[in-house]
Design a protein around this ligand. Structure first.
Ligand code: ZN
Length: 90
């Protein structure tokens, strides 16, 4: 009789899924609420004019921030100044 000793199969149980949609979901959840503060985001995508790439946004009500598609958004300030529209909304 052979006792097979393999690795424990507990791997799947602790499989943590990343949540790439979290910020998008958060922003969507805030829709309808005026002046909704969101996590800072910015874009480095060259699809946007320089003025859009030089600043970061932190308000869902910002029309300039809204023009940045969720897939082009990067979390954080990127070391950039706060967008003037967001600054006015804050
Ligand atoms: Zn903004």
């Amino acid at each position: 009789m052979v006792v097979a000793s393999g690795p424990p199969s507990a791997g799947n149980r602790f499989d943590r899924r990343p949540e790439p949609e979290y910020e998008d979901w958060y922003v969507r959840n805030q829709r309808g609420a005026a002046m909704a503060k969101v996590s800072p985001f910015h874009t480095d995508s060259e699809e946007y004019p320089m003025a859009h790439r030089e600043v970061y946004h932190d308000n869902d009500a910002c029309y300039e921030g809204k023009e940045i598609f969720p897939e082009h958004r990067q979390g954080g300030t990127g070391g950039k100044p706060l967008c003037e529209v967001c600054a006015g909304l804050s």
